[in-house]
Each structure stands twice: as C-alpha cells, then as structure tokens.
Design a protein around this ligand. Structure first.
Ligand code: NAD
Ligand code: UDP
Length: 319
C-alpha cells in the first residue's frame, strides 16, 4: 500500500527559471509538489504565487548534501545554467552536478521513485556534427572555463545510466537546448535576457564575436511539456532525448529581432567571443517526435513578445 494517495513530486532547482514553470504544471495536475532549492540563482518571486497552496512545500537545501524524503517522482534540475553563474564557483558546479546526481539517484533507489535528469546540449560541446543527434558523443574541452558545467553534466548522465544498469533505477534523461521565457534572471548573462534587458533600457546590445554563431531557442512552455512527456513515457524509453527548438538563428538575427519587437533605440556593439563558445547548435528532435509525439509549438516572435512583457514588468524592481 502507498503511504499517501496523491502523487508526490520533487523538483530540485524548483525556484529557478525552468523549475518554477515545472512546479506550476505539477500543481495544475493536482500533485503534491516539493520544491527544493538553495536559492543561488533561484528566486522566491518565481514561486510566490504557490506558497500559500496546501499541496506546495519549499525545502531550502543544498543538493551537495544528502537529504531523505518520501517521493514518487524526481525532476533533477538543480544547477546554475548560465555561464556567468556556473563559472562563479566552478568547483561547486561540479559538486552540484555530481554529488547532486548521486544524492538524488540514491534517494530514487531507496524509495523507488522515477527520476528525470535535466541534462544539456552542452554535453555535445563545440559540435562537429550538425544538427546534433543523441548518438553523437560530443566535442568537449575537459579543462576550459565551461568544463565544470559540461563535464559535470556528462558525469551526471553516466551516473544515471550506471544506477539504472546496476540498481534498476527508473531513469529518464533529457538534453535541453537553449530555452528562454518569463522568469529568466535579468542579470544571468544569457543572450535572450541580456538582449531584452539592454533593449528595454536603450543600452548597447552586446554581441559577442561577430554574431554569426548560431543557437536554437525553445520557449519554456514547450520545453516543460517535453519534460513531462518524457517522465510519463513507457519505462523502456529512458533517453537520452534532445528537447529544443530546431529553428536556428544567428546571434545577430536574434539581436535585430529583439530590437524590432521592443522598438529599442539601442546600437549593436561587438565584444570578444568567450573561450570555448560553441559556434553552432541545433537539436535534431526526430527521436522526441517519434517517441514522445512532441515538438515545439511556439514561434520565436511569439515567445519573445511574452518574455519582453515579463521583463517590462519586473525591470523596475531591479533598477
Ligand atoms: P536556473 O539557474 O534558473 O535554475 C537552477 C536552480 O537550481 C536555481 O533555482 C538554483 O538556485 C538551484 N540550485 C543551484 N545549485 C543548487 C544546489 N547546489 N542545491 C540546490 N539548488 C541549487 O536555471 P534554469 O535555466 O532553470 O535551468 C534548470 C536546469 O535545466 C539546470 O540543471 C540546467 O543545467 C538545465 N538546462 C537549462 C537550459 C536553459 O536553456 N535554460 C539548457 C540546458 C539545460
Ligand atoms: N551572447 C552574446 N551577447 C550576450 C550574451 C551572449 O552575443 O550579451 C552569445 C554567446 O557568446 C553565445 C550565445 O549568445 O554565443 C548564447 O549564449 P548563452 O550564454 O545564452 O548560452 P550558451 O552559450 O550556453 O548557449
């Protein structure tokens, strides 16, 4: 017999950008939601509207330490995602990824919970294969400034598959490509938030390099839907599976689109390209389409408008 009747879901990193949207969706489904976060890059504002709900619980905890909980499903998202934040304390980033995965997998093993890992397109590094398919092993620098994140996430994937093979843990691994939307931190340095904030404040728009590098941007609602479908996929499909929007844009195109949509008077300025900045990135999402019947629905322009609206609202609080 189960110890409780309602499904209990743990979201690590639940006060962050993606985690808070996932908490919203879990609450809508009527589950009991445990939001675990150390509030390094997460923010109480992201979950403020949930705090008074009886099914919602916040646990302030650092995932580098063990924790004992009774849950049915775990979405493991805890880890700073923006280069500025994950490079702030790189040793901690490795610990969060590796110890965090070990602690959550140990928990899943003990209470027989299903567990999904938020992996990343960064595990492909600076890819030599384009677009990236799940069977590509990647081109990753082990000793550069991005390595703490890339290698931490790669090791976490290894741990997930070893716990699965060795201990029969019911795992899911999704590889998330650049995702954007409301609740991104306005100062986390990621390209979409940077460009929108700069445009709304009529500041210079900072293009790193010549802006010809590409990324493919997925709106948060599409991404969260993909994660939920993966958690609910048949047990024989454990991934890894790419989740992202295959429409690829240059960074220069993105800057121009943001300026057009905000009506900004900003000018474009060119800065040096960060070390190991991947030149191109585009997910091959055939596997997600086939196995999860999933593809992104929201066009870049629509998603950017929603994100711009959000930043218009909150910018007054930050400046
Ligand atoms: P985010 O920084 O907004 O959220 C991460 C959350 O984890 C924050 O709330 C932070 O406080 C929390 N956290 C960090 N270290 C922790 C620790 N040691 N213990 C407990 N909590 C901790 O980032 P996000 O964009 O929401 O990313 C969520 C997850 O998705 C991350 O694992 C990230 O690697 C992955 N991901 C995101 C993207 C993207 O484009 N947003 C792309 C690929 C992968
Ligand atoms: N970028 C930029 N200007 C900015 C922030 C980022 O030109 O103000 C570039 C960055 O160099 C990279 C791309 O935009 O090529 C995406 O950067 P982000 O940090 O959002 O994500 P990631 O590099 O992890 O894909």
């Amino acid at each position: 017999m189960k110890y409780h009747s309602n499904k209990r879901v743990l979201v690590t990193g639940g006060a962050g950008f993606l985690g808070s949207h996932l908490c919203d969706r879990m609450m809508e489904k009527g589950y009991e939601v445990l939001c675990l976060d150390n509030f390094f890059t997460g923010n109480k504002r992201n979950i403020q509207h949930l705090l008074s709900e009886p099914n919602f619980e916040v646990i302030r905890h650092d995932l580098t330490q063990q924790i004992f909980l009774e849950v049915d499903e775990i979405y493991n998202l805890a880890c700073p995602a923006s280069p500025i934040h994950y490079q702030h304390n790189p040793v901690k980033t490795v610990k969060t990824n590796v110890l965090g995965a070990i602690h959550m997998l140990g928990l899943a093993k003990r209470v027989r919970a299903k567990i999904l890992q938020a992996s990343t397109s960064e595990i492909y590094g600076n890819p030599e294969i384009h677009p990236q398919r799940e069977n590509y092993w990647g081109n990753v620098n082990t000793i550069g400034p991005r390595s703490c994140y890339d290698e931490g996430k790669r090791c976490a994937e290894t741990l997930f598959f070893d716990y699965h093979r060795q201990n029969g843990v019911n795992i899911r691994v999704v590889r998330i490509f650049n995702t954007y939307g409301p609740r991104m931190h306005p100062h986390d340095g990621r390209v979409v938030s940077n460009f929108i904030v700069q445009a709304l404040l009529d500041q210079d728009i900072t293009i790193y390099g010549d802006g010809s590098q590409t990324r493919s941007f997925c709106y948060v609602d599409d991404l969260v839907e993909g994660m939920i479908r993966m958690m609910n996929a048949p047990d024989e499909f454990i991934g890894p599976v790419n989740l992202g929007n295959p429409h690829e844009f240059t960074i220069l195109q993105l800057a121009k689109k943001v300026m057009e949509l905000t009506g900004a008077k900003s000018k474009l300025v060119f800065r040096s390209l960060p070390v190991d900045d991947p030149l191109q990135r585009q997910p091959d999402i055939r596997l997600a389409k086939e196995r999860l019947d999933w593809k992104p629905e929201i066009q870049l322009e629509t998603g950017l408008m929603k994100t711009i609206e959000y930043f218009r609202d909150i910018l007054s609080e930050f400046h």
